[in-house]
Design a binder for this molecule. Structure first.
Ligand SMILES: Nc1ncnc2c1ncn2[C@@H]1O[C@H](COP(=O)(O)OP(=O)(O)OP(=O)(O)O)[C@@H](O)[C@H]1O
Length: 699
C-alpha cells in the first residue's frame, strides 16, 4: 500500500500542482512523495523559547517575540524607501523593517493586535530592529501545528522567487507525512536496533523533519546516518564477496625458483616489515583461487616497485606472464630500467612498449608476447591496444590508478579467458575512510613504513621577497654536487600566463646560473623532447630542472635534493606532497622550499603549514580531505558511492567504522542474506540494488 503511495508524483500532493512539481523536479530533483520525504533539512531553528524586547542582546541570533505593531511609516532615504513598524511588548520597543513588499504589508498588517515575530535582530543607533520578520497572528500561531525546532530546507533562488519558501516546504512535508500515516517499514534488523539502541525508522524520519527536541533530533540523525553508511558498506562488501565467489582467478600456488632465487640472492636491500606484510597479502590473494583485485597504497618513496616486481615473479613461477602499466612514457621507461636492473641476474625477457616504440620492434614484441617468450611487459596505454595479445597474462600491475579509469582496468582483464590478477598501485594516499567507501570492491594493502635511513625532507615556506637567499641556497647545493627542481604551476584556465611565468622563471634562472646546465620540461613540448630533457637530468648532465607539474608522479632522481615550488599557494595539498616526493630519494639531506607571495588565503595557509609540519602522506591526505571535501578529491567525482544524503565521510568517520563493522559481521554470518532473521535487511538491500540509489529504500 504505502509503496504505491510513496511513488505518487508530488504533483498530486495538496498545494503542489504541475507547475510547482516541475520546479521541484528541476531545482531539487524531487519527483515523488518518497523523494520529498528523503529531502532533509540542513539545519534547524530552535523555536522552543520566546524573548522579550528588553532581553535582546547585540549578538542574539534568531529570536521569537510576542508583541504588537502600534505604528507603520514609510521612511525615504537616498538609498531607497523602507517601511518601518514600531513593535512593542510589555518590556520595550523595537522596529520591524521591510525594504520590499511594502504594499502587501500595509494592506494586511493589523495594528494593535498580538503577533508572534521571528527573525534576526540588528542593533543600530541604540535601537533593535528586525528586517523582514516572519509574522504570524497569535491567534493563528496557537491554531497551527506547532513545531518546536523548525526545519530549514536547502533551497534555491528560483524556488524562493516562485514563492516556494521554507514555510511552504514545511507545509508540504507535514502533508506528505500525514498522508503516509508514518507507516514506513523498518529497514534495519530488529536485533541491530536493539543492540545499538537505534531509533526506529518511522520515528527517525519524523524527527529528522520535525524534531520534538534536541535529543530526538540527535537520535534521528544518528540512526539515518548509520543506516546510510551501513547500506553503502553492505553493498561494497557484498560486491567484493560476490566477485570473489564468482570470478575465478589463476591459482598461483607455487612459490618457485625465480621468486626464491631473487629473494635469497638478489634483493638489493632488506625489505621493510610493511613490504613483507604486503607481499604476503598479495601471495595469499593470488593463491586463493579467486581473482585478485588489490589496491596497493604507499607514500611516495615507500618502495612499491619491489613489491610489484616480487608479485610479478610469482606469476612467472607459475608459468604466467606479467605486465606493468604506467600513465606516462617517462614513468614506463623509468620502471623498465629499474626492473631490468633489479632482474639482471634472473635472465628474464623484459620489454618496453610505448607509443614511440618503432614498428619493427613493436611487431617483434607482439610476436614474442603471443609465443610466451616475453616474461614481463612494461608500458603505457599502448598495452591496452587490441593487437597486444599475451600468451597467458597472469598479473597486471597498474601504477597510479587515478590516471586510468575503471573501464581501462576492465580492458586488461579481457586479455585472457580468465581475468588476470590486478594490482593497482597509488602513491596518492587516500584516507582509510575514503578508501573504504571508494574502493570497497578492491582489497587494500598499505605500505605504511619508509625504508630505513631516509632523512625526512626539510620543508620551509619562504616569501618571494626572500628569493635572493633561496638562490644562494640553491647555489650551495649545486656546488655540493646535488641537483635541483624548480616547479611552476600549470593550471589549464590560465595556461598562457603560466607558460609565461615558466619561461620568465627559466630565463631568470639561466641568468642567475650562467655556468650551470638547465633542463626545461613542460606540457606543451613534444614527448620526445620532454624525454630528452628529462633524461639529461636523470643522467646528471643538467643541474637544474625547471618544470611544470609534468614531473609530479614517480620520477626518480636520487641525486636531486632540492625542490623549489613556485606559487606554492596555487597547488593542492596532495600535489605539493607528490612534488616534494621527488626529492629525499637518496642518502642526502633533502629540502623542499615553498615560495609564495604575501597574500594568502586561510586555506593556503593551512596547506603550507601542513606541508612544513609533516612528511606523512596519510596525515596530509586527511587534511586535504577536510579542506576540500571528498567530492573534490581526484577520482572520486565519478563515484556514486559518495552521493551521501545525510552522512559526511569526514565528520561521521566513527559512524562509518561502526557501520562497516556491522555490515561485515552480518555478511560473515549470512553472505547471501538468506537467513530469516535478516529478511528486513534483505528487502531493503534488494530495493537498493534494483534502484541503484541508497535512498530509495524507504518503504
Ligand atoms: N626496503 C628498502 N630498503 C631500502 N631501500 C628501499 C627499500 N625499498 C625500496 N627502496 C628504495 O627506495 C626508493 C623508492 O622506492 P620506489 O621507487 O619503489 O618507491 P615508490 O613507492 O614507487 O615511490 P613513488 O611512488 O614515489 O615512485 C628506490 O630507490 C628503492 O630502491
Amino acid at each position: 500500500m504505502i509503496q504505491n503511495l510513496l511513488q505518487t508524483p508530488i504533483e498530486y500532493l495538496k498545494g503542489v500542482g504541475p507547475n510547482r512539481a516541475d520546479l521541484f523536479k528541476k531545482e531539487l530533483n524531487i519527483s515523488t512523495y518518497r523523494d520529498l520525504i528523503n529531502f532533509f533539512p540542513n539545519r534547524y531553528i530552535d523555536k522552543t523559547g520566546f524573548y522579550k524586547v528588553a532581553q535582546l542582546q547585540q549578538n542574539s541570533s534568531e529570536v521569537q517575540i510576542v508583541g504588537k505593531i502600534v505604528h507603520l511609516k514609510m521612511v525615504e532615504q537616498k538609498k531607497g524607501k523602507r517601511l518601518v513598524a514600531d513593535f512593542v511588548d510589555d518590556t520595550g520597543r523595537m522596529e520591524l523593517v521591510w525594504f520590499r513588499g511594502h504594499k502587501w504589508i500595509r494592506e494586511n498588517i493589523k495594528l494593535n493586535t498580538p503577533y508572534v515575530i521571528f527573525g534576526k535582530t540588528n542593533f543600530y543607533s541604540g535601537m533593535f530592529s528586525m528586517p523582514h520578520p516572519e509574522l504570524e497572528l497569535v491567534s493563528d500561531y496557537k491554531r497551527n501545528l506547532r513545531v518546536a525546532m523548525q526545519p530549514v530546507y536547502p533551497s534555491t533562488e528560483l524556488l524562493q522567487k516562485k514563492g516556494i519558501t521554507n514555510r511552504v516546504i514545511m507545509k508540504l512535508m507535514q502533508e506528505v507525512l500525514q498522508q503516509t500515516g508514518m507507516k514506513f517499514s523498518e529497514s534495519l534488523n530488529p536485533e541491530l536496533l536493539e543492540e545499538l539502541k537505534l531509533l526506529g525508522k518511522a520515528a527517525s524520519l519524523f524527527n529528522i523533519h520535525f524534531p520534538k527536541n534536541q535529543e530526538l533530533l540527535a537520535k534521528a540523525q544518528f540512526r539515518l546516518k548509520f543506516e546510510e553508511l551501513f547500506y553503502v558498506q553492505l553493498q561494497l562488501l557484498r560486491r567484493n564477496l560476490m566477485h570473489k565467489q564468482k570470478i575465478k582467478g589463476f591459482n598461483f600456488d607455487k612459490v618457485g625458483h625465480i621468486f626464491n632465487d631473487f629473494y635469497s640472492n638478489h634483493l638489493p636491500f632488506e625489505l621493510t616489515n610493511a613490504q613483507k606484510r604486503v607481499v604476503k597479502e598479495i601471495r595469499g590473494d593470488m593463491g586463493s583461487g579467486a581473482q585478485m583485485n588489490r589496491l596497493l597504497q604507499g607514500d611516495v618513496g615507500s618502495g612499491k616497485t619491489i613489491v610489484a616486481l616480487m608479485s610479478m615473479l610469482l606469476a612467472l613461477d607459475n608459468n604466467f606472464q606479467a605486465c606493468l602499466m604506467a600513465p606516462t612514457e617517462i614513468l614506463s621507461i623509468q620502471h623498465y630500467h629499474g626492473l631490468v636492473e633489479l632482474c639482471v641476474e634472473l635472465k628474464l625477457n623484459i620489454r618496453l612498449l610505448t607509443g614511440s616504440t618503432k614498428t619493427r620492434e613493436r611487431r617483434e614484441i607482439h610476436e614474442q608476447l603471443e609465443s610466451g617468450e616475453i616474461h614481463i611487459l612494461i608500458g603505457t596505454h599502448a598495452l591496452l591496444e587490441d593487437k597486444v595479445k599475451f600468451k597467458n597474462l597472469g598479473l597486471a600491475v597498474i601504477d597510479e590508478q587515478h590516471r586510468f579509469g575503471v573501464a581501462q582496468r576492465a580492458k586488461l582483464w579481457k586479455k585472457n579467458h580468465i581475468p588476470p590478477h590486478v594490482l593497482v598501485m597509488t602513491a596518492t594516499p587516500i584516507p582509510r575512510t575514503l578508501a573504504m567507501s571508494l574502493y570497497g570492491d578492491l582489497d587494500i594493502s598499505v605500505i605504511d613504513e619508509l625504508p630505513p635511513g631516509r632523512k625526512p625532507i626539510k620543508t620551509v615556506h619562504r616569501y618571494d621577497s626572500n628569493r635572493l637567499k633561496v638562490l644562494a641556497f640553491i647555489r650551495d647545493e649545486i656546488q655540493k654536487g646535488r641537483q635541483v627542481y624548480i616547479v611552476y604551476p600549470l593550471i589549464q584556465e590560465s595556461e598562457k600566463m603560466d607558460y609565461k611565468d615558466l619561461m620568465d622563471g627559466y630565463e631568470s634562472i639561466a641568468r642567475e646560473f650562467p655556468e650551470n646546465q638547465i633542463s626545461i620540461v613542460h606540457g606543451q613540448m613534444k614527448p620526445a623532447d620532454k624525454d630528452f630533457e628529462m633524461d639529461r637530468f636523470v643522467k646528471g648532465e643538467t643541474d637544474i630542472m625547471v618544470a611544470t607539474t609534468v614531473i609530479e608522479v614517480g620520477v626518480n632522481v636520487p641525486n636531486a635534493s632540492v625542490m623549489i615550488i613556485e606559487s606554492a599557494e596555487r597547488f593542492g595539498l596532495s600535489q605539493l606532497h607528490q612534488l616534494r616526493g621527488r626529492v629525499g630519494r637518496g642518502a642526502e639531506q633533502s629540502f623542499c622550499i615553498l615560495m609564495t607571495g604575501h597574500k594568502l588565503s586561510n586555506d593556503s595557509k593551512t596547506r603550507l603549514e601542513t606541508m612544513t609540519s609533516t612528511n606523512d602522506g596519510f596525515e596530509i591526505a586527511e587534511v586535504d580531505l577536510k579542506l576540500r571535501g571528498p567530492g573534490d578529491l581526484m577520482g572520486t567525482q565519478q563515484s556514486g558511492v559518495l552521493n551521501l544524503k545525510i552522512a559526511d565521510i569526514v565528520k561521521d568517520n566513527a559512524i562509518l567504522q561502526s557501520a562497516r563493522f556491522y555490515a561485515n559481521r552480518l555478511l560473515k554470518d549470512d553472505p547471501n542474506l538468506e537467513n530469516e532473521k535478516n529478511s528486513t535487511v534483505k528487502n531493503a538491500y534488494s530495493r537498493l540494488v534494483k534502484n541503484k540509489t541508497i535512498w530509495n529504500y524507504i518503504s
